[in-house]
Design a protein around this ligand. Sequence first.
Ligand code: GLY
Ligand code: MN
Ligand code: MN
Length: 600
Amino acid sequence: MTYQSFDDAAQQGHHATRLADLRNRMRQEGLDAFIIPRADAHQGEYVAEADARLAWLTGFTGSAGFAIVTQRQAGVFIDGRYRVQVKDQVDLAHFTPVPWPETRPSHWLREALPAGGRIGFDPWLHSRKEIEAMDSGLEGSGLGLIATEENLVDAIWPDRPAPPVGRARAHDIELAGETSADKRARLAAELKRDGHAAAFLSLPDSISWLLNIRGSDLPKNPVVQGFAVLADDGHVTLFSDPAKFDDDLRRFLGNDVSILHPEGLTPALLDLPGPVRIDPATAPEAAFRLLEQASTHIAPAPDPAILPKSRKNSAELRGMREAHLADGVAMVRLLSWLDQQPAGSLTEIDVVRKLEAFRSEAGIYDISFDTICGAGPNGAIVHYRVTQATNRRIGDGEMLLIDSGGQYPNGTTDITRSLPMGAPPPEAVAPYTAVLRGMISLSRARFPVGVSGGHLDALARQYLWHHGQDYDHGTGHGVGAALCVHEGPIRISRTSDLPLQTGMILSNEPGYYREGSFGIRIENLVVVTEVEAEAGRRMLGFETLTLCPIDTRCVDLSAMARDEIDWLNGYHQRVREALTPHLDDSTCDWLDQATRPLGI
Ligand code: GLY
Ligand code: MN
Ligand code: MN
């Protein structure tokens, strides 16, 4: 079983014709521009082939971005991660990469179109918040946003794949820890309290959590694609292809969950009694318009499942701990194997394949995202994904960064380790030590209730800052329990002001990237727990879930404080004790070496 493809995704040849077809269609519809987002109606990280409109039209396959097509221009808006990739993938004779968010789409449109210009968009593919932002950016320009009845790309896509009909399955109570009926009653009570008749849900992971189901519509994210309406009596109407649900699953869901084909969503929204709670940040503009068309009272508020889903209960935590034990075994087998390979004998793809094989034996049914395996300069590309074209032979004395994770039936993992192949490169030692100290500082943090990820972010960066260094990504993201590896709403980053609460699982992943040379990232998952405090106070801290040695060959012990070394030794002792019973003798020997106490 292989999970990751190493194809060079660029698909040449047809994009000029498709662009011409789209422009014809725009003329027929009286539109001067049309917006093609990467997102689908559920705003997730992965889209089904049927929703890969941006890639089909332009050739660009990144996980974020959008195109705006006019009769004369076709701008492909991409963020900093994709500046290089976009140039390799799109035909530059027809498409123009546009740096985003530096260039605002409304500004670009003002330059591109004459006053009175009509800008078409598919209201299912944009959140209300996004459309409001675009609208305010266009204020006073004389340009108008026009919601189209039909997606213009779909109209010119003759062999567009059908939407996915992946089999759905029950997520058993031993793993979920709370019945769907109890979750629905809990959320329905909140609706009643606020005087809302129903809530509209459009995030597949929220719906999958609420109904205790998992799906196979998308790679890497084990969600059931669909929309749902939760009524204030706890009844859920799920709009998802009924073919995904067999009789056993229907029995599991019970009479208080009705399954309707997605075609039933529009009439249902037109007929829904209000007030309806709906999330402007995530729900499609089209859903708002349907409710407005029916003069239904709208109550804008966050998706009611988002926060409860982020606080894992004891059964979910048990599953996550078990998944991390299995994942630790796979990782240690890989790291031990890596140490036995002659210098210069491996490529990045060899490592990804071997890791997949070990994880497969550990029980995954999918990887949780495409493995980032970057040697030398490739390690400095934060979102690097190896392809046949970029595959690098890992040279003696090069740093190797491996960021990967698995989807196990009981949990989701995400781990990064960075290590030298052969002798440690001297220039990596100081930054490696600074990254490790920041990662330890966050792992050991103690903080009062009310503190947010924004307050803690600097703990992980402080030693890099001291040396005039930093990293251009967040320190941590929420992680789902047997769900999406990137889960909202909680984060550890400067802009996150949501207080951390017990049971939340986050990544702790500081890094350092020297362009053209090497990259370092060390990532563990942690769970927020209550810790001891003096009477009258409540304090929180983190327990580390990830079980895998942290490479010590690039550590400068003289730069580390005694209590940091003690933390590392204590962590390694825990890893050794947990994994040893599950390893063969030679891997145990390797683990003993890798976790031997330092500085004593
Ligand atoms: N690159 C996936 C992650 O660590 O979040
Ligand atoms: Mn990761
Ligand atoms: Mn991560």
